[in-house]
Design a protein around this ligand. Sequence first.
Ligand SMILES: [Mg+2]
Length: 337
Amino acid sequence: MGSGSDTSKRQRAGEFALIERYFAPLAAQAEGTFGLHNDAAVLPVAAGERLIATVDTMIQGRHFLDCPPDLVARKLLRVNLSDLAAMGAEPFGYLLASAWPLDIEEDWIAEFSRGLAADQAIYGIGLYGGDTTGTPGPMTLSLTAFGKVAAGEGVLDRGSVAAGDDFYVTGTIGDAWLGLLALRGELEGLDADSRASLIGRYRLPEPRMAAGRALLTEGLARSALDVSDGLAADLGHLLEASGVGAEIELAAVPVGEAARAALALRQLPPQALLSGGDDYELLFAAPPDRRDAVAALSRRLGLPIARIGRARAERGLVVRGADGAEVALEKPGWTHF
Ligand SMILES: [Mg+2]
């Protein structure tokens, strides 16, 4: 695990001490990390396996503001795991590059590392290395996650949707976006339970690892992604990559109770949820002859999987209301830029 060359004086421990105290213990269970004392990581990939890698960066003030440090850590890890789930990969480890503001309290880093430890236990993964440095700018955290698939399994590729395929989505849509509105004080008057539930969905997504893996290994889905920019925008990405269009039934898009309460409070139409972000649910396409198998998977995992529409040869995304009329979307999706 490398260390930045920044030698400016500061109250907290130096970079090597931070690694020793908070990050080396996270690598204790990871095969081949040698206590992080080497210059690079040795990843355990066997013959006949394919390594799947993804990276995401979170910057304080842009991707998170006043969030408990352990939840910042877990979200950073989980958004990456969600990307692995969307490919059908089994996760096993990650690299962490962290740039800490010069005046950060060491307690913040300690709490951050405890968040990572908690999720490592849940997902059965370990830290394989990374980089730790100080920065005069905002806290910047970049995590690279690794998963694997068997060589013969292929992956769930975005560009493989065929006209006639069904589109499905796991869980419920729009909660995280509403959670962000609640944190911004834009859902005053919402009952406490709904508020807590929506904020929880924003701060701590649940990557659909088992579903993604089953969609690949059981040959259920042709194509998948995890919804991070908003259902409409991400569906657009699938359509673009596959060269097809889609027709979605608004009434079939799964909406939770807390989200319904929030929509009613703000007098927002349900299609507003299609433009929210941060769901980290799986959106996937499957041939119509897989409907029973997808329903069986949903029951087996105890995870709602809703069929929301179908792909068609004609390009473009059409969303239809219960009366069959086309529904206009206000904006295609969330953007960080
Ligand atoms: Mg993604």
